[in-house]
Design a protein around this ligand. Structure first.
Ligand SMILES: [Zn+2]
Length: 119
């Protein structure tokens, strides 16, 4: 995964509506998660190029991947995968996986364990 470059900061500040200096400071303090930031940049650049209606999707994906130093898969994923829904344990509100949400009927493993009667 490529990291945020200095030249990405003005655009990220614009996209997140955060003051540029503040954003740069957060990046230097390591308080910004690089993966979702790259996703945001990739999405923005992809959409901008797509709106020109001039290039093929495949060409845009490759160009954007090369620009940001990410894989074509990452570009595709950023653009086309919808954000995953988050699930929380209905008892303790801890974040749980979609699989646990179904299998445990909305509970985390700890809460299921607490409810097991051992005799
Ligand atoms: Zn729980």
């Amino acid at each position: 995964m490529n990291r945020i470059r200095d030249k990405d900061i003005p655009r990220l500040a614009m996209l997140t509506k955060v003051n540029q200096d503040d954003f740069a400071k957060l990046v230097s303090m390591g308080l910004i998660d690089h993966a979702p930031a790259m996703r945001l940049l990739v999405k923005y650049s992809f959409q901008k190029l797509k709106n020109k209606k001039y290039y093929k999707i495949k060409q845009i994906v490759k160009a954007v991947a090369d620009e940001y130093g990410v894989t074509e898969h990452f570009v595709h994923d950023s653009v086309y995968t919808r954000k995953k829904r988050l699930h929380y344990c209905t008892q303790c509100m801890r974040l749980i996986s979609a699989r646990d949400n179904i299998r445990n009927n909305g509970l985390c493993d700890d809460c299921v364990s607490k409810n097991i009667i051992v005799d």
